[in-house]
Design a protein around this ligand. Structure first.
Ligand code: GLN
Length: 471
């Protein structure tokens, strides 16, 4: 049977149904995605590499290139890892295989997941399927753009300060950054270990929940993981009666939020009210005032330590020198791009003797205050809602020369990451023809609540995830 498969619309759940009822073979499914990739990826550059001959017989998936895959090169978007072929699978890759999922390829990312546009990838930027002159967000722009353009039914990303939520917002996908500790980081290229989390990117909330249920849970190889306190439930809710949603009052004063983004966000909140939610105002003054500063001390500090392992001996690239020291220096100079170098310097400075307490120590104390502030807000509300990103997708090159402008893309996603809380992006409308994302933040282990609310809102909003130019 020659099935006509519209990969732009097919959800993973539907694909699974078709395969189970033998209306479609896994081979046909793969062929359809490979065809879509051949058609659209030369323009979009979502993939750093694709797998030609799929191993296994299941639903396809794309993995961000920070996830180690046995026998498949893993670069984290960096030249310093070029040619590195892991001899083992990250736990999340192993769990995907265990669930019968088949790897389509590895997706593009800002180098070591440092960035908000994928322009920091050493292998060139990805493009936004809604408008290829614009960025797909970052760092997981490759995964988000691939799902949005029908080049994968779903994908995994990693989120340190917004790298799942923000690209999902800019590409019109559903993306979940899970509660810290629910998904194993074993085999994931480390950026900032106290913040990094792996999570799903999908076309809708149910797929997102399904993929989360596959990857979540305790892993003895990552001591920071825990067993989920409750099973993941696939949402069916249409109403939000009794759900308490808090909108931080600081959102009103944030001038960086574009009017079109604000309008779509306000409409989403109005929908939530219509569905029965009780919407009120919450207060996160410290998060908005100090979140960014705190993150840009904690994350680079941890990065400077994590990136010390790239020494020309253990992985990928080596540039020879006459002494060991010279070899290491030359390797690191040639292998790291500007953003990792900037963060290694910032982080090393923040951790150095005499400055440690003033910078890193102070940031840790601020982080504790942000955790408390979020906990207080989530005592009164089930969910905190904000726009996910202050703007829609911006033109490639717009912020590339201005690190602080790039960092500011994450002003709304970073605080809850520092607090270790889960966050879900749900597309909530268009502004200037480009997707706007709604960020729903939950209490620790509150993923099921996010899925319920996200699903009900998604149904009510009726956002079409297929980029206009492909319809
Ligand atoms: N854009 C943020 C940064 O550059 C977040 C990246 C991420 O979540 N990996 O650090």
């Amino acid at each position: 049977m020659e099935a006509v498969i519209d990969t732009l619309r097919l959800t993973a759940e539907d694909a699974q149904g078709l395969v189970e009822h033998k209306e479609l073979s896994p081979a046909e499914l793969h062929a359809a995605y490979r065809h879509a990739i051949a058609q659209r990826d030369p323009e979009l550059h979502c993939y750093l590499r694709t797998i030609e001959e799929p191993v296994g017989e299941g639903i396809p998936i794309a993995l961000k290139d920070v996830i180690s895959t046995q026998g498949v090169e893993t670069t984290a978007g960096s030249k310093i890892l070029a040619g590195y072929v892991p001899v083992f699978d990250a736990t999340v890759a192993e769990r995907c295989k265990g669930a019968g999922l088949t790897l389509l390829g590895k997706t593009n990312t800002d180098e070591f997941a440092m960035g908000s546009s994928t322009e920091n990838s050493a292998f060139g930027p990805s493009r936004n399927p809604w408008d290829p002159t614009r960025v797909p967000g970052g760092s997981g722009g490759g995964s988000a753009a691939a799902v949005s353009a029908g080049l994968a039914p779903w994908a995994l990303g990693s989120d340190t300060g917004g790298s799942i939520k923000q690209p999902s917002a800019l590409c019109g996908n559903v993306g979940l950054r899970p509660t810290y500790g629910t998904v194993s980081r074993y085999g994931v290229v480390a950026f900032a270990s106290s913040l990094d989390q792996i999570g799903p990117v999908a076309k809708n909330v149910r797929d997102c929940a399904l993929l989360y249920s596959i990857i979540a849970g305790r892993d003895p190889r990552d001591a920071t993981t825990v067993e989920l306190p409750e099973q993941v439930t696939l949402p069916t809710d249409e109403r939000l009666d009794g759900l308490r949603i808090g909108v931080p009052k600081q959102v009103d004063g944030l001038t960086a939020i574009e009017p079109g983004v604000r309008a779509a966000f306000d409409q989403a909140i109005a929908r939530a009210r219509e569905l029965g939610a009780e919407v009120g105002e919450c207060d996160l003054p410290l998060s908005f005032e100090y979140g960014m500063a705190c993150y840009y001390l904690v994350a680079p500090a941890e990065a400077s330590s994590n990136l010390a392992r790239y020494d020309g001996v253990r992985y990928g690239t080596r540039v020879d020198g006459s002494t060991y020291r010279e070899m290491v220096e030359r390797t690191r100079d040639a292998g790291f791009g500007p953003e990792p170098k900037r963060r290694i310097m910032l982080g090393t400075y923040a951790l150095s003797a005499g400055y440690y307490d003033a910078f890193y120590g102070q940031a840790q104390r601020v982080r504790t205050l942000l955790i408390r502030e979020h906990r207080d807000a989530l005592d009164k509300f089930d969910i905190i809602a904000t726009p996910t990103a202050p703007t829609v997708a911006f033109p490639i090159g717009d912020k590339a020369a201005d690190p602080l402008a790039m960092y500011a893309c994450d002003v709304l996603t970073i605080p809850s990451c520092l607090a270790g809380l889960p966050g879900l992006n749900v597309p909530c409308g268009l502004s200037e023809g480009l997707p706007v994302g709604l960020q729903l933040i939950g209490a620790q282990f509150g993923e099921n609540t996010l899925f319920r609310a996200g699903h009900a809102l998604e149904q009510a909003i009726g956002f079409d995830t297929v980029p206009t130019r492909y319809r």
